[in-house]
Ligand binder design. Sequence first.
Ligand code: BG6
Length: 462
Amino acid sequence: MSSLFPKSFLWGGAIAANQVEGAYLADGKGLTTSDMQPKGIMVEPWESRTGDEFNIKDIAIDFYHRYEEDIALFGEMGFSCLRTSIAWARIFPNGDELTPNEAGLAFYDKVFDAMAKHGIKPMITLSHYEMPMGLVNQGGWGNPKTIECFERYAKVVFARYQGKVKLWLTFNEINMALHAPFTGVGLKGKPTKTEIFQAIHHQLVASARAVKLCHEMIPDAKIGNMLLGGLVYPLTCHPEDVHLALEENRHWQFFGDVQVRGTYPSYMLRYFRDHGIELVISEQDKADLKHTIDYISFSYYMSGCVSSDEEITKAQANILNMVPNPHLKASEWGWQIDPLGLRVLLNVLWDRYQLPLFIVENGLGAVDKLEADGSINDTYRINYMNDHLVQLEEAIKDGVEVWGYTSWGPIDLVSAGTAQMSKRYGFIYVDRDNEGKGTLARKPKASFNWYKEVIGSNGASL
Ligand code: BG6
């Protein structure tokens, strides 16, 4: 057995504060967009909370109180990296305070120390699908003041954790703002295209300012972006379909283009012109955008197809405007499984940017069955991940530089899209159901030992 994975390759898992921590009002934390979305990120949020509504994320998997046990289990699997996020509202509860909340900062100190104890490097996302409601109520990312608040937050966490965290990411799946503007850029109601792109512009500027700060404050750290790797194929070889696929792919590539090249690509300027979108972009914004990222991170779960045939699209398209690929099977949640797509995407990103890549999310959401003897035999998850990792190795053979792989949800957590516990991704089972019943006890699944072996052999066991 030999492995092509570099010796320095980072193996691990990825979680996010709002999907694991719970303790949604503990130690001074403010309310966030996620606290307002009991049905998941695609569903219209509450305007306010009265206290009696059920939101499974209020407790989630109680990582806030159980992080030591969970991190020890990750350590047992041999993780060298754990990606998680800081909940901005633990540090600045309303978002616009001038001084941070010490209790929030102290919590992440303890989490990072627990990781260090197990030899696990933290990779930290500054904002993963949540922002303080205090800022949303002032216009979210539509309000340029949010840029300064984010900068203050970034400065505080860089200063506090500079000795502990050397891998940073700015905004989770930044391109998702186009599909879920409340989640992505904190816009309420039904914003116009111009409002969405203006808010995205502010977020891109904030991301670049965080990059600048990180480079100045922690010179030995690396900071990247995070894209939803929405690889799109043409449904047929009809040139109209091929052209549509090019345009759809540019809808996510545009974010990477700005974050890597420091300027808006010409195809996007045409898109703005064609759609009557006029953005306010200052000279200072243009200068800020020049602070570009060190590496590209992305999530990959599935690929999709687009069709120029309106009838097909109307009848079959999902929320991302994608129609099913007749050559692929899908998960129980309809996500089409395409391991080779991962190799394609890695090559596309490498050819386009020539920057190191990091797969920070990949995995299978599935219903797991607890057998009578207490075991969970999730061979479907092992197969999914094995097939994807084999394609990752192929991409490394193609010459693509990949720094690491963190699977999504190494421990069962609340799904972002549908706020369900039953959509499980973990190597570790958590005893909690969609109604919040269960002991929250943790239990390794069959995939736990499989992943441990993959990591232990640096991929040679695949
Ligand atoms: C990504 C997000 O979109 O996909 C995660 O960054 C999310 O937060 C993951 O959990 C899987 O999606 P879901 O809806 O199955 O949780």
